[in-house]
Design a protein around this ligand. Sequence first.
Ligand code: ZN
Length: 215
Amino acid sequence: MTGYKTIPYTIAFANELVMDPIGFVPYRGRMKLSYLQPKAGDWVTGPAVPGRSSVEILRGRVRDLRDRPDKRGPERMRKLHPRRQWRCMDKLLCQICGEPATDPETGVIPWALTKTVFEQTSPSSGRTNAPPTCWNCIPKALEECPMLQEDFTLYTVAGRTSAGVLADMYRPGLVRAIEPTAHMVFVAWDDYTHHPFALALCQVVELHGMRPISP
Ligand SMILES: [Zn+2]
């Protein structure tokens, strides 16, 4: 993609992408999606729910080579890096520079959102898979990001809670899952029936205390 001078922190590089085979394996009397050679860190969990055992969703594997320009290969502007996107949501890091996004003086979090990555849930809250953007990076993001140029609203946000994931969905029954049956579907942490069929690609959070900033 042209127009970018900065490679956002959440964007994957070619050699970070992993194509390890996945498929359905027996799990507590049912089947669930797994890497065929599973590793302990493959699954992600949501907030603890009283009375339920831990909620687990398989997350897409990636390498982390951002700090290795000699090894990482060219950037893939349309591919999010699941682990870095997750880290941004968990630690409130800027999606452009990867540094803390929270305003140290006011405690609010600046958040630039386009309609395509935001679903409003109340007048002052909504869900998104786009991490925050720190004050320093907002001018750069507006200048370089074609999506933000088309349509965006800048908010300050008081806080966020983890809501679920966007996932590619797979159909059970095949030993090896090849093609997803649906792309980037929202799966909430309490949507238990869909968890075994989901390959999570990014974390979705619910933003609270949103205030639009007039330009
Ligand atoms: Zn930044």
